[in-house]
Design a protein around this ligand. Structure first.
Ligand SMILES: [Zn+2]
Length: 571
């Protein structure tokens, strides 16, 4: 492997390869069935009238009851009795009956339900939260009520669901997930300022720290680690949560009560939260000032004169992250193809893709059954993503190709300010996190010059012309500022269509993992005036995975992206 490429492999690309996956292992990974979902649990239940009805508990999809003989009283108003009736469509009486029939060992007491895990292969904390509390999003709170139990369920474990968490349908007093905080509706700058305002700085025998007091409904890994640091991968988040808990003299991470003082070591704080006088905070303020100064580029609703390059992450031998029976590559490719179609149908923007699945072309699909095995980067000649070259090569060829297209556009007197690069991915974060997160190239992490080296890239025409980039300080700042403005427009469009967005700082300009900080290569080296890497959803979250599987959701997502592009190019 040429030196230049191997260096990039560790610095820029590893995030987009599942941990531990290397090229030699790929054939074995792909040989496994696409969606290894455990078989559903089916139970025979009897209605009070003695009729036998099947109940079915499915991995990720939850509980449903056979509709045909279900008594009226067991159905919610207006519910359809055809086929399998989902748990949510049962009446309070029906829900109570179904849970009792499926989990006969559970104890229903005055102040709590004691749930005994019977089917660990299809039960999960998310599923329990959905069934018993009415919302999967009560995941954190259910975990906090059972601080000594492992998150991965074991047969026989006894989970406590207090009445305060039990859904109203089951006789509880839960008012739904207690996640919304006053700052949630603010734009990115105001929200980060609000988060900053909740910190104070102190010092003890172990050194300086930022102090935070936990609020109601907050958990250490989401409301402290994901919000105040740049760690997002599940392992990094868990390790840091434990480190912060020790620093704060907390014995049990999940038993934390509102009001608890949390000490966050300064070294792990993200730049916007660093102390007054630090160089990190100065850089953050410089970028914010640039965002305010940057005048929006106008193109009109049909996006005339706008050059857009769409990139769908992974593909070919690399399916990307996988969880909950789905995988990254095909699902983000589908969203990118829907964005492509909508832009072509509804606008005059000039649109290109970096990657194409042969046999499928640029079509979108309703059903996605198994990972597509073939993909090619659309260079000249096309570059097959077949594992023959280091995976870093295909990642780099994406920005090389996009930059080459942008260069040709500028040469043909196109407006350099009207170039947009979008890369679509999906995350695998902690399962309690959900929604979209958007990465922009942090100005301080973009190099002044960079040239792709190695023999392989030299074989494509685009690499001969565009494998070299140079950015001035002003260009780096402008790149981050414009990309932040676009990300803001995208968040608004997603909110408007009620598409979930990450609860804590959904716009990021750096990834911190394994001791290193970086920006993904596809946006780090992009010469597009505006660029963003969009993590559309968190695959490990069951609701997010269900969304991605739904073609209607993928279409709505694509429409929101196109609305955001339109809004962005409007003054
Ligand atoms: Zn990815």
């Amino acid at each position: 492997m040429p030196g230049g490429v191997s260096l990039l492999m560790s610095a820029g690309v590893s995030r987009f390869m599942p941990a531990g996956l290397n090229l030699l292992l790929l054939p074995a990974v792909l040989a496994a069935p696409a969606a290894q979902e455990p078989a559903p649990v089916v139970a025979h239940a009897r209605t009070p009238e003695g009729r036998e009805i099947l109940l079915r508990l499915q991995f990720r999809k939850g509980l449903s009851a056979e509709g045909k003989a279900l008594p009226r009283a067991f159905l919610a108003k207006g519910a359809d009795t055809g086929g399998w009736v989902p748990f949510e469509s049962l009446s309070p009486e029906g829900k109570r009956w179904a849970l009792a029939a499926l989990f006969p060992e559970d104890q229903w007491r005055q102040e709590e339900v004691r749930h005994t895990v019977r089917h660990p292969e299809v039960e999960s904390v998310w599923t329990l939260a959905a069934l018993f509390t009415g919302h999967g999003q009560n995941y954190d709170r259910l975990m906090a009520e059972n601080p000594d139990l492992p998150e991965k369920l074991r047969e026989g474990d006894s989970w406590r669901i207090p009445r305060s968490l039990l859904s109203a349908d089951l006789g509880g007093t839960s008012r739904g997930p207690d996640r919304s905080q006053p700052e949630d509706d603010l734009d990115d700058e105001a929200r980060v300022a609000a988060y900053r305002g909740m910190l104070s700085f102190g010092e003890d025998a172990q050194g300086r720290f930022a102090a935070y007091r936990m609020r109601k409904g907050e958990a250490l890994y989401s409301s402290v680690v994901l919000r105040y640091t740049d760690r997002v991968d599940p392992r990094g988040v868990n390790e840091l949560a434990e480190q912060i808990a020790r620093r704060s003299d907390i014995a049990n991470v999940r038993g934390i009560q509102p009001g608890q003082l949390i000490k966050i070591p300064l070294a792990v704080l993200a730049d916007p939260f660093q102390s007054e006088g630090s160089s990190e905070l100065a850089e953050e303020r410089q970028v914010r000032a640039e965002v305010r100064r940057t005048v929006r580029v106008e193109a009109g609703p049909r996006l005339k004169g706008v050059r857009i390059v769409l990139d769908a992450g992974h593909g070919g031998v690399d399916p990307g992250a996988r969880a909950n029976g789905i995988w990254e590559s095909d699902f983000v490719y589908d969203i990118a193809m829907r964005v492509r179609r909508l832009l072509e149908q509804e606008t005059d923007a000039q649109v290109s893709s970096t990657i194409r699945y042969p046999g499928l072309g640029f079509r979108s699909r309703e059903e996605i059954h198994a990972p597509s095995r073939a993909a090619e980067i659309l260079t000249t000649p096309p570059f097959a993503v077949d594992g023959e070259s280091p995976s870093a090569v295909n990642v780099h060829l994406r920005w090389v190709l996009a930059n080459d297209l942008f260069a040709a556009f500028r040469k043909a007197r196109g407006d350099a300010q009207k170039t947009l690069f979008l890369s679509f991915h999906a995350d695998s974060l902690h399962p309690s996190a959900r929604g979209s997160m958007i990465y922009v190239p942090g100005a301080s992490l973009v190099p002044s010059t960079f040239a792709l080296s190695g023999a392989m890239p030299g074989r494509v025409a685009e690499a001969k012309r565009s494998a070299r980039v140079a950015f001035t300080g002003k260009e780096k700042l402008q790149g981050e500022a414009r990309s932040r403005q676009f990300s803001e427009a995208l968040l608004k469009a997603l909110h408007k269509d009620r598409i979930p967005v990450h609860a804590n700082r959904p716009i990021r300009n750096v990834i911190h993992r394994g001791g290193g900080k970086w920006v993904p290569a596809v946006i780090r080296y992009s010469t597009g005036a505006t660029k963003a890497l969009i993590e559309v959803a968190n695959l490990t979250n069951q609701d997010d995975a269900a969304n991605l599987r739904d073609p209607g959701f993928r279409e709505r997502y694509a429409a929101a992206v196109v609305n955001a592009v339109r809004a962005y190019y409007r003054k």
